[in-house]
Design a protein around this ligand. Structure first.
Ligand code: PEP
Ligand code: MN
Length: 296
């Protein structure tokens, strides 16, 4: 039997990850930005817009895991420099995906959070390498992964020495072709039950449909997500990746307003809800080491 010694739920305490002013796992945190970093102007325009709307972190891919080798692969180092510039200008911490074990060390110097994409969730060499760096990591759920497989991947990172793992549900493949993926919101309370790690939801890749992003973002917050990851582009028609699923800045403004209203409305009840109980006793740093064996 496998034991989720580190990722498994323990004593009711939950992991809280500090990134600058943010307390991920304690306060609702919104990550927004383009699918890909395309240029300085594009990234800064979007960064300013999402900052204004109240996002806590800027996303942007510099290394893109594309289905076709002929699709835009990302700007690499140049993209990381643009992200760093956007951080300096807006004050937003940044998150980017790392695809290759060889890039983990140097990429981690440019960003605040590393992302492991769905396609790489079970790239065990990458997970072990990421476990060695001192930056938080967001582990997206593989599109064919069960909860046990996903949590075991988190276990790899934790076991390699990195305690700051965020889980992100981004939809799974089902027989439904109208949506890009089927967003499994059961994963949120399930992960809260099985693990102490923060759980995010990506309604953008999870649905692939602009009109579904806001409702599913609301549902994710209602079901207890610690945060959201949303793609935003000021000119989706000319985006180099994932344009059709990007929210315009004004659509993102509206999403943020709705999410904030929902958060306020939930505030009265949230502390009595078991799913959120850990937040009442959210622990910072010192308690993060408390684990007990969880037998899957
Ligand atoms: C992304 O967030 O940029 C991405 C590629 O998502 P996923 O790995 O979930 O497909
Ligand atoms: Mn994308």
């Amino acid at each position: 039997m496998n034991h989720l010694k580190l990722a498994g739920r323990m004593d009711g305490s939950r992991t809280v990850i500090r990134v600058g002013e943010l307390r991920i796992g304690q306060d609702l945190t919104i990550i927004a930005g383009p699918c890909s970093v395309e240029s300085e102007e594009q990234t800064l325009t979007i960064a300013r817009a999402v900052k204004r709307a109240g996002a806590g972190l800027l996303r942007g891919g510099a290394f893109k895991p594309r289905t076709s080798p002929y699709s835009f692969q990302g700007l690499g180092l140049e993209g990381l420099k643009i992200l760093a510039k956007a951080r300096t200008e807006t004050g937003l911490p940044v998150i980017t995906e790392v695809l290759d074990t060889r890039d983990v060390g140097w990429v981690s110097e440019y960003v605040d959070i590393l992302q492991v994409g769905a396609r790489n969730m079970q790239n065990f060499s990458l997970l072990k390498e990421i476990g060695k760096v001192g930056k938080p990591v967001m582990l997206k759920r593989g599109m064919f992964a069960t909860y046990a497989e996903w949590l075991n991947c988190a276990e790899y990172i934790l076991d390699a020495g990195n305690p700051d793992v965020i889980l992100c549900e981004r939809g799974i493949r089902t027989f439904e072709p109208w949506t890009r993926n089927t967003l499994d919101l059961s994963a949120v309370p399930a992960m809260k039950e099985l693990s102490h790690l923060p759980v995010f939801v990506d309604p953008t890749h999870g649905t692939g449909r602009v009109e579904l992003i806001q409702p599913m973002a609301m549902a994710a917050v209602a079901v207890g997500a610690d945060g959201l990851m949303v793609e935003v582009h000021h000119d989706p028609e000319h985006a180099m990746s994932d344009g059709p699923q990007a929210l315009l800045p004004e659509q993102f403004d509206s999403l943020m307003a709705d999410v904030n209203r929902l958060k306020d409305a939930l505030n009265g009840t949230i502390h009595e809800n078991d799913v959120h109980a850990g937040k009442e006793i959210a622990l910072e740093g010192s308690e993060k080491g408390r684990v007990r064996e969880y037998a899957w």
